[in-house]
Design a protein. Structure first.
Length: 288
């Protein structure tokens, strides 16, 4: 279903009301190996304001250690900010509050490495039914039907249901991870470096799949990457992050054509073009 040329999905169906909003969010970590009574504090996220609505793709880009994954953990509700607020559909959200279950269905995450994110002892069928079981959704038959619907959505054959993640390629595993992220019909998907662990040959296919799905399902997509050339192809809006802060934000065209921040210029100057590499066709799963 995916092609090797990049399909932009910019601007389609963006709704005004944010699903998620961060206001002046700070996250502090105790530095690893620090003193017990006088710990050094790492300000991993240092005053971030951020919004995302259905139908838009927001790219978060910055070098390793700038706080992207820490921010992702707040966006997906895995971590409570040290200070600042998270609003979910305009209401204050806390991991300990009543909206946790609703939030868990509405916001999902795709991790960098599907080899570690998916349990190799489970079949793809069980991996995809797991979120439905956890949320008590459907019957055995309807959950199974959903598995095949999800596989089709991510361009995998029905036969993929019976294999384990260890038996398929990295690109196919990431498609399974994407299918799992879609199992609960989320409004937002946070993709944290979703192509960095993949062979260059399948990166463009996975990017195209994400942009196709975002348009088809009217998802909000937060696309996190250290690679500004990757972010450029998927994002409507780009947030450049440095040392825990968003130092520049704007449409993809603004940030690329008229960067206003020195750090953005440095990132742009250093960017290799991942997408210039040739993409090859993926091995058909039917052969398994
Ligand atoms: N659990 C933790 N305990 C202590 N320090 C942490 C923890 N997690 C992250 N950090 C520190 O916080 C800062 C931001 O890390 P984070 O992983 O969020 O950045 P990143 O941009 O995602 O980097 P990478 O792409 O390398 O993961 C770094 O200095 C990191 O060492």
């Amino acid at each position: 279903m995916s092609t090797t040329t990049l399909a932009g999905a910019r601007g389609a169906g963006v709704s005004a009301a944010p699903v998620l909003e961060l206001r002046d969010v700070h996250v502090h970590h105790r530095a690893r190996g620090g003193k017990l009574f006088h710990p050094t504090i790492v300000r991993a996220v240092n005053g971030v304001d951020f919004t995302i609505a259905r139908g838009e793709t927001v790219g978060i880009v910055g070098e390793s250690g700038c706080g992207k994954s820490t921010l992702a953990s707040v966006l997906v509700g895995l971590r409570e900010p040290t200070s600042g607020s998270v609003l979910f559909h305009d209401a204050p959200f806390s991991r300990r509050g009543g909206a946790r279950k609703e939030f868990g269905k509405a916001v999902s995450i795709i991790f960098q490495d599907p080899a570690t994110a998916l349990n190799p002892r489970m079949t793809v069928h069980d991996i995809l039914t797991d979120p439905l079981l956890v949320h008590g959704i459907g019957t055995r038959a309807s959950r199974s039907a959903k598995v095949y619907e999800l596989l089709e959505l991510v361009g995998l054959p029905a036969s993929a249901a019976e294999v384990s993640p260890a038996q398929i390629s990295g690109g196919q595993r990431q498609r399974v991870a994407i299918a799992r992220a879609l199992a609960l019909d989320p409004e937002l998907v946070i993709a944290d470096e979703p192509t960095s662990a993949l062979d260059v040959s399948v990166r463009a296919q996975v990017l195209n799949l994400l942009t196709d799905l975002k348009a088809k399902l009217n998802l909000g997509l937060v696309f996190i990457s250290h690679d500004i050339s990757t972010v450029r192809y998927v994002a409507d809006r780009i947030c450049v992050m440095n040392a825990g802060r968003i130092v520049e934000q704007g449409s993809a065209a603004q940030v690329f054509d008229n960067p206003t921040n020195d750090y953005t210029r440095t990132l742009l100057g250093a960017a290799p073009s991942l997408l210039a590499a040739p993409a090859t066709t993926q091995t058909p799963l039917e052969e398994l």
